[in-house]
Design a protein around this ligand. Structure first.
Ligand code: BDP
Length: 580
């Protein structure tokens, strides 16, 4: 799915700003015709979560209506162009109307979806209405509100409010920009790029109604070019770049791939895609980028900030990349859902390696709702690969985080998702992030093992030496069983900023710093360990519960407002040293 762009052939405008909002706890909006436009709304910022904008609605996740009005920009014309509407992320369920006509709905936060407005849009006075609903339910993904007596749940997840099955606040709303787009009626609809060493770029372009057209491809200023006669609804080519500058974390070189459609000698559509030439492989115990072994050091994160919640915040993205660079991180996992497209673009530009994760966190496998959860996971993988397949920074897909997979139904479920990943993208490894260790049977077929572990915290509390001994024994046993490369995808300790202790004890800055250092020492001794991701980059908001002081998970190496704890300085030392 292409991100909209503006050039002489296609344009987009951003509808972000202050919209009208009306909460609908009685569910009366539908009957009362709010889909045609409602009165009595209050102003709300878009994009942003609603929860921290309105004190009395912080924990409300139910039906909520948004609306805005727009005119088509000068020169746009639905008779000559295809007018579209694209949502970057709405959590969780979105239903959309334009001028009273229902356009459709989308389930799942964090992934984009779009509608064709051409038959419905007017030059002026358009009324766009979106109904959003983010209730927690067992048959949704991620699931929530799972019965407290369910054998599928952890004891400590039963008391949260709101009742999530995951450890972050279930923010709701229009979380990313809403874009109005204009494209030629016959246009480039998708571009897929696969690169190969030493410098081959395979390009596939999907097209709508391009009969008798020619596609022209060019790459960067050196203008490697190809022209292909279009027949049908797709066209493919391969471009060979002599002496290609490869994309890597140290040198994130991007080429501009330009695709143009030409008819009768005239260009009528163009799309420019930044691409990086690189290859990812797993060979034996090693993760290779451009045939060189790579060791991932970085974080699990959250899209989370005071007041805006999970809303898109460009300045925070820039700040976070700066902090990640400063601390010596080269990678992160998009825990526990896909991040904004702008975050991914910057990973390409700045040379970060990304484990791209779907929103499947906290899955359980009770018969009831299982097929629906599977179909949602499949939908998310389809949407995620469609959105992120062209990013050189994306080195791996993660299909789920910490599923409760100790039951027989889990393995076929994850086999299904693995096969789907591979059929959509055979070029990248696929992984599953587990807390089950050696008992995670799906590691038999996933390309690489990711484990989350909190020895010295939730177990062996206060005893780092004992915790690290367990860690070492466990990863050795996992490697002996599965013989696959390994990433410790989460480890960390809640830490109250400003709380110090000598000797270190739990919640002190010293304890967190020591834990990260001792874990790292264990991990770096193992040749099959290809990465360490600390949980978490920053403190983040979560549901209320006895384990979360201030409704915050305090495992951040930085505070929620991005100030370093002692551990950040310690990591900076560890991560600047060469791996033995
Ligand atoms: C892991 C989860 C993560 C939690 C973390 C924790 O993957 O989402 O925030 O534990 O407890 O199990 O801090």
């Amino acid at each position: 799915m292409l991100y909209p762009q503006s050039n002489p052939f296609r344009q987009f405008i951003d509808l972000s700003g202050f919209w009208d909002l009306r909460f609908d706890p009685e569910d009366q909006g539908q009957q009362s015709g709010w889909a045609n436009g409602f009165i009595g709304g209050c102003p709300v910022a878009v994009p942003a979560s609603w929860n921290d904008q309105f004190a009395e609605w912080r924990d409300y996740l139910g039906q909520t209506w948004y609306q805005t009005r727009f005119d088509l920009p000068w020169g746009w014309d639905a008779a000559r162009q295809r007018i579209g509407l694209r949502f970057g992320s709405v959590n969780y369920l979105a239903e959309v109307w334009l001028n009273g006509t229902r356009l459709g709905e989308h389930e799942g936060g964090h992934l984009p979806f779009s509608f064709d407005l051409t038959p419905h849009v007017q030059p002026e006075h358009n009324m766009l209405v979106v109904r959003v609903e983010g209730e927690l339910a067992p048959d949704r993904v991620p699931p929530g509100n799972v019965r407290p007596d369910s054998k599928h749940m952890f004891l400590d997840q039963r008391q949260n409010f709101p009742p999530t099955s995951f450890d972050f606040f279930p923010y709701c709303g229009l979380h990313r920009p809403v874009l109005l787009t204009a494209t030629p009626p016959e246009a480039i609809t998708d571009v897929t790029v696969v690169t190969e060493l030493p410098g081959r770029v395979h390009v596939k372009v999907n097209l709508a109604g391009a009969d008798a057209a020619t596609a022209r491809f060019s790459l960067g200023d050196i203008t490697v070019q190809a022209e292909t006669r279009v027949s049908g609804d797709a066209v493919e080519t391969a471009l060979d770049v002599p002496n290609a500058t490869l994309w890597s974390p140290d040198s994130p070189h991007l080429y501009a791939l330009t695709v143009e459609l030409i008819r009768g000698g005239t260009v009528y559509d163009r799309y420019v895609l930044p691409i990086g030439i690189r290859e990812i492989k797993i060979e034996g115990d090693a993760l290779l980028i451009n045939d060189q072994p790579i060791y991932l050091q970085g974080f699990g994160r959250h899209e989370d900030f005071p007041v805006t919640g999970r809303g898109y915040m460009p300045a925070v993205i820039i700040k976070d990349y700066a902090l990640m660079k400063w601390v010596g991180a080269n990678s992160f996992r998009t825990t526990h859902y896909p991040y904004s497209e702008q975050m991914m673009d910057l990973a390409d530009r700045l040379g970060f390696l990304v484990i791209d994760e779907t929103p499947a966190v906290g899955l359980f496998f009770a018969e009831e709702g299982l097929e629906r959860r599977l179909q949602l996971c499949r939908q998310y993988i389809n949407e995620l690969v469609a959105r992120d397949k062209n990013h050189p920074s994306v080195i791996m897909w993660s299909v789920a985080n910490e599923p409760h997979s100790s039951v027989p139904a889990a393995k076929p479920f994850f086999r299904n998702l693995y096969d789907l990943c591979k059929s959509l993208d055979p070029t990248r490894p696929a992984t599953l992030v587990s807390y089950m260790g050696i008992a995670e049977e799906s590691f038999e077929f996933y390309d690489l093992m990711c484990l989350n572990r909190y020895y010295g915290w939730y177990t062996e509390s206060g005893q780092l030496d004992a915790g690290c001994a367990n860690l070492e024994a466990e990863i050795e046993a996992m490697y002996a069983k599965f013989k696959k490369p390994f990433i410790l995808s989460e480890y960390g300790a809640d830490t109250v900023p400003g709380h110090h202790a000598q000797p270190p004890d739990m919640f002190s800055e010293e304890y967190q710093a020591d834990m990260l250092e001792q874990y790292s020492e264990v991990l770096r001794r193992k040749p099959y360990v290809v990465g360490e991701h600390v949980w978490n980059m920053c403190d983040f908001k979560t549901s209320q519960g006895v384990r979360r002081v201030g409704s915050l998970n305090l495992k951040g190496v930085f505070t929620r407002d991005r100030r370093p704890k002692l551990a950040a300085h310690r990591l900076r030392k560890i991560w600047s040293a060469k791996r033995p």
